[in-house]
Design a binder for this molecule. Structure first.
Ligand code: S3P
Length: 189
């Protein structure tokens, strides 16, 4: 007899509550999100990938041709699509939470974790990663002002992890511990 049909490991135990990572460019939401998903047996999704899949163009192309406002609209559309996700790790673009009502919408999807850190470290990492239209033509002081402005939204997260000086595994370990402390029977299991 054939064995039981098994789906992908991330569907074996469906965990209803999503883990939503937010934070400024360079915070490590994508890389930590991938590792976090692997370590917690969840699927990983990224809002920037959803936007590219929906629109068919790269993010720099969307910004370049249609401007930031169009990109923010697309973020709003994928935020709607996220309501169908269950038990995923969701990495959001750095600007997605920073509009009226968006933090509330993210918090309705699951546990929201702000990956924060020393601004200079975030900025250096974002610069090294390249391809960030929000950095184009902005001085470090302008980018810092943007970061400070955005913290008003980010700080509404359920949890904040200071990533300063930490490697990926350490960040993921701290996220998992913080999730367990928040709810021993919940998202960090
Ligand atoms: C943006 C951050 C980017 C991407 C887009 C806009 C922002 O994502 O969504 O370039 O406004 O901060 P990361 O936070 O993954 O760099």
């Amino acid at each position: 007899m054939g064995g039981a049909v098994r789906g992908p490991p991330c569907l074996d135990r469906v965990k209803p509550v999503n883990i939503v990572l937010i934070g400024f460019m360079g915070a490590g939401k994508s890389i930590c999100g991938r590792v976090l998903a692997r370590r917690s047996g969840r699927c990983f999704v990224e809002t920037d990938d959803m936007i590219v899949a929906r629109d068919g163009r790269s993010i720099p192309e969307i910004f370049g041709r249609d401007g930031e406002e169009r990109f923010r609209q697309l973020e709003g559309e994928v935020l709607e699509d996220l309501r169908l996700k269950r038990g995923n790790v969701i990495a959001t673009g750095g600007g997605l939470p920073c509009r009226e009502g968006r933090m509330e919408a993210l918090k309705s999807l699951g546990t929201v974790v702000w990956l924060d850190g020393d601004f200079r470290e975030l900025h250096d990492r974002a610069i090294r990663a390249g391809d960030r239209p929000m950095l184009t033509g902005r001085s470090p002081a302008d980018v810092e002002a943007l970061y400070r402005q955005r913290t008003a939204f980010y700080r509404q997260a359920h949890l904040t992890i200071d990533t300063t000086g930490l490697g990926i595994d350490e960040v993921v370990g701290r996220v998992l511990r913080a999730l367990r402390d928040l709810d021993p029977r919940g998202a960090g299991r």
